[in-house]
Design a protein around this ligand. Structure first.
Ligand code: ADP
Ligand code: ASP
Ligand code: MG
Length: 405
């Protein structure tokens, strides 16, 4: 008998028909004698719609209330999934994140899991129940509902697999696995049989939303091997696991495009020590993640000044702008310019470590199709560039063609 954690994403539970399909798959595993814990997302579009409604009332709503609101999406799905299993004659029970024992810190809308006490889940499994857990949510020690960041049901599944020491963790979605690029943008993309945690982490953090990046970080930390596969067929998926020596043989594993980035530029910042520290400390204190940073000295001015640009998630743009505006008098820059029309294009692969010239080839490919590079950042296993959003998909296909055919 195996203990299996299965996660079904939004499109896999998009309507009652799909939920019935999920129930059939779960029932088939249970009929083999396995114990199954099912994590579900909100039905596709529900979370976005709830956010939209809140923002129609107020552009920057309270984060506590957003968690209260968004957690309802997953609660609808757990109940419907339990009902679908019961309709098949399978004993099943739904649990909220809190009931499942998921305890988080208090960072509303982006909480981290502090610990999981799966006592209740274990007891229910031992009674023969299929346990359906609401993804993406938890509870603070003080009893406040929190959510785990967009795509957070992936994290719920991986964290539960770790806490329960599950034999298998399966992430069911609407594609057959992890591809060399988003197959919706690059038709020639290929499914990868396996990928290392580090590569998956980079791809996920750089726009490949097939997995939430924090969930991959968690899987790496706790050594949870998981499979990404389709809920619509029985094709084998992609195994995500520790790097093996043979993985280095491939220079570029995948290409990703993040369309959800925005650039903020502080124009004519006085060129003195401590200014960058002031800006990025305030941004960090507001829990805003910054990725690329570029600073350029402006020449020809009476007193020395620089322009500082940085990128954040589009969702954090309003918040970041508010933080920067509050520093205006203290720092004395001229103005702030926000640019939402950027795309971050990245190539990722552990084989890059031992293959020089990868960045040059990427820049050359972009030059050939007339794409200008606004910012660059690199790590040992990735190269990212910020480019014009309108040219993002064309550039992605060209770069995929250059490295992966
Ligand atoms: P779910 O609702 O199941 O969580 P998501 O929409 O979050 O599913 O993630 C699946 C989607 O991720 C796919 O439909 C695909 O368009 C997109 N995607 C982006 N990059 C990749 C990639 N490299 N491989 C596979 N899918 C990708
Ligand atoms: N429903 C949440 C979202 O749309 C969490 C998830 O689907 O994983 O981000
Ligand atoms: Mg997802």
């Amino acid at each position: 008998m195996s203990l299996i954690v299965q996660k079904y994403g939004g499109t896999s539970v998009a309507n009652p028909e799909r939920i019935k399909n999920v129930a059939k798959r779960v029932a088939a595993y249970r009929a083999k004698g396995d114990q199954v814990v099912v994590v579900v997302s909100a039905m596709s579009g529900v979370t976005d719609n709830l956010i939209k409604m809140a923002r129609e009332i107020m552009p920057l709503p309270s984060e506590r209330e957003m968690d209260m609101l968004l957690s309802t999406g997953e609660q609808t799905t757990i109940a419907l999934t339990a009902i679908a299993l019961q309709a098949l004659g399978v004993p099943a029970i739904s649990l909220t994140g809190a009931q499942a024992g998921i305890v988080t810190d208090g960072v509303h809308t982006n909480a981290k899991i502090k610990n999981i006490t799966p006592k209740q889940i274990r007891a229910l499994l031992d009674q023969g129940q299929v346990v359906i857990v609401a993804g993406f949510q938890g509870q603070t020690m003080e009893g406040q509902i929190t959510t785990l960041g967009r795509g957070g049901s992936d994290l719920t599944a991986i964290a539960l697999a770790a806490a329960l020491k599950a034999d298998l963790c399966q992430i069911y979605t609407d594609v057959d696995g992890v591809y060399t690029a988003d197959p919706r943008i690059v038709p020639t993309a290929r499914k990868l049989p396996e990928i290392s945690y580090d590569e998956m982490l980079e791809l996920a953090g750089l726009g490949a939303k097939v997995m939430q990046s924090r969930s991959v970080e968690f899987a790496k930390k706790f050594g949870v091997i998981f499979e990404v596969r389709s809920s619509l067929n029985d094709n084998p998926g992609t195994l995500v696991k520790e790097e093996t020596p043979s993985m280095e043989g491939v220079v570029i594993r995948g290409v990703s495009l993040d369309k959800n980035q925005a650039k903020l530029t502080l124009v004519q910042v006085p060129d003195r020590p401590g200014v960058a520290a002031l800006v990025f400390k305030a941004i960090a204190e507001a829990n805003i993640n910054v990725d690329m940073i570029v600073q350029n000295i402006s020449h020809g001015l009476a007193s020395p000044a620089t322009d500082i640009s940085f990128t954040t998630d589009k969702a954090d743009l309003l918040k970041a702008r508010k933080v920067i505006d509050s520093l205006k008098d203290k720092i004395g820059f001229r103005e702030v310019i926000a640019d939402e029309n950027i795309g971050k294009l990245s190539i990722v692969g552990v084989g890059m470590r031992s293959n020089p010239g990868v960045a040059a080839k990427m820049f050359e490919t972009l030059a050939q199709i007339g794409v200008n590079i606004a910012m660059i950042s690199t790590s040992e296993i990735k190269v990212s560039v910020a480019i014009d959003l309108a040219k993002g998909e064309e550039a992605m296909r060209a770069v995929h063609q250059a490295f992966l055919g």
